[in-house]
Write a protein that binds this ligand. Structure first.
Ligand code: IPM
Ligand code: MG
Length: 370
């Protein structure tokens, strides 16, 4: 068989798999306000992951002491989502770990390392796919600069879903990007619902539809279709390149409220936005599906910090912000507010150069304020 024939066959398999994925999309939502027991899984991850999640767990246990004693909240530690174990088993998420994960309702996850090249898929990407966590919600807020942004990044499609499944032929390599109607509709709905329930009047749809005509074209078209159900909310289209510039324009950027983006653009622009807020160490991230949800820091496992022996100076604010989002998601609004208020007041400054307070110092001070 020629290389081209082989590649076509591989492509056919991918298309069939995507069709099956669409058919299996499940839209039954978990109602946390009605649930007797909520199980929170804690995954520590790689690099600085175990250091920041240990402190986030202490804070969580302090906030939910009564509920943990009563049994209405169960905290479950999930082990084995480490690079060593994933490499040894050749799986982005080993079977037994995934089974454990699925016994939880929500997860608080430390960053995991993804090796460059090779075939091992990112644990994050695999988890978003396996749990169908289609909405990546990333807030960025700088009140003194009049910035209050919420990013809705599609989290299960785009360049990511087949990112480890491209084909290599002699002299060339091809990757695939996928956008589906259902997948776009549900993320667009999430963004517009958020806008509606939070008094926002503008949703900016950010793509590169002038170049990625089929996939981004579909994304934009469906966003506009969904918008029809939300009178009073204005939709505006932007291209990703100019939007990255707009976020640096101090006058322009204050007008943006809610962003709706395909996966890869959402990945890139949320790092930029987090940097504007004060660094990727300051931003939390929610990965939300209809059944499960996973909350994490926006940044990676910081292997360089570990190599330099500075792991204990990792800033835990990002994962703590994610923890507040987790609490809100499971309808523990009071605990979420308590945590957010304490973070605003916490005077301790952690700095990754090792000159200031440690991760644990920060948590100690924070717990003192709760
Ligand atoms: C993020 C990260 C991940 C991504 C990596 C770790 C796979 O950058 O959550 O933004 O690219 O989605
Ligand atoms: Mg990213």
């Amino acid at each position: 068989m020629s290389y081209i024939d082989q590649a076509c066959q591989a492509f056919r398999v991918l298309l069939e798999e995507q069709q099956a994925r669409i058919a299996a999309m499940d839209t039954r939502k978990t109602d946390f306000s009605a649930k007797e027991t909520v199980t929170i899984g804690i995954i520590d991850g790689d690099g600085i992951g175990p250091i920041i999640t240990a402190q986030a767990r202490r804070v969580l246990e302090k906030l939910l002491t009564g509920e943990i004693q009563k049994g209405s909240v169960v905290i479950r530690e999930i082990r084995g989502l480490t690079l060593e174990n994933r490499m040894a088993q050749g799986k982005a998420i080993p079977e037994d770990v995934l089974a454990e994960i699925k016994t939880c309702d929500v997860l608080l996850k430390g960053p995991t390392t993804t090796p460059k090249g090779g075939t091992l898929e990112s644990a994050n990407v695999a988890m978003r796919r396996e749990l169908d966590l289609y909405a990546n919600c990333r807030p960025v807020s700088i009140p003194e600069k009049n910035i209050d942004w919420m990013f809705f990044r599609e989290n299960t499609e785009g360049e990511y879903v087949l990112g480890s499944r491209g084909v290599e032929l002699p002299g060339m390599a091809v990757d695939f990007k996928v956008t589906t109607d259902l997948g776009t509709r549900r993320i667009a709905k999430a963004a517009f619902d958020y806008a509606k329930h939070n008094g926002k009047t503008h949703v900016s749809v950010v793509t590169k539809a002038n170049i990625m005509k089929k996939t981004d074209g579909k994304f934009t078209a469906i966003a506009h279709e969904v918008a029809k159900d939300y009178p009073g909310i204005t939709v505006e289209d932007y291209y990703i390149d100019i939007m990255t510039a707009n976020l640096l324009d101090e006058k322009l950027r204050t007008q943006f409220q809610v962003f709706l983006l395909p996966n890869l653009y959402g990945d890139i622009i949320t790092d930029e936005a987090a940097q504007i807020q004060g660094g990727v160490g300051t931003a939390g991230s929610a990965n939300i599906g209809d059944r499960y949800a996973m909350f994490e820091a926006i940044h990676g496992s910081a292997p360089r910090l570990i190599e330099q022996g500075l792991g204990h100076y990792a800033n835990p604010q990002s994962i703590l912000k994610a923890e507040a989002m987790l609490l809100r998601h499971i309808c523990r609004t009071e605990a979420a507010e308590k945590l957010e208020k304490a973070m605003e007041r916490c005077p301790v400054k952690v700095s990754a150069d090792g000159t200031g307070a440690t991760t644990e110092d920060y948590a100690d001070a924070l717990i003192g304020l709760l």
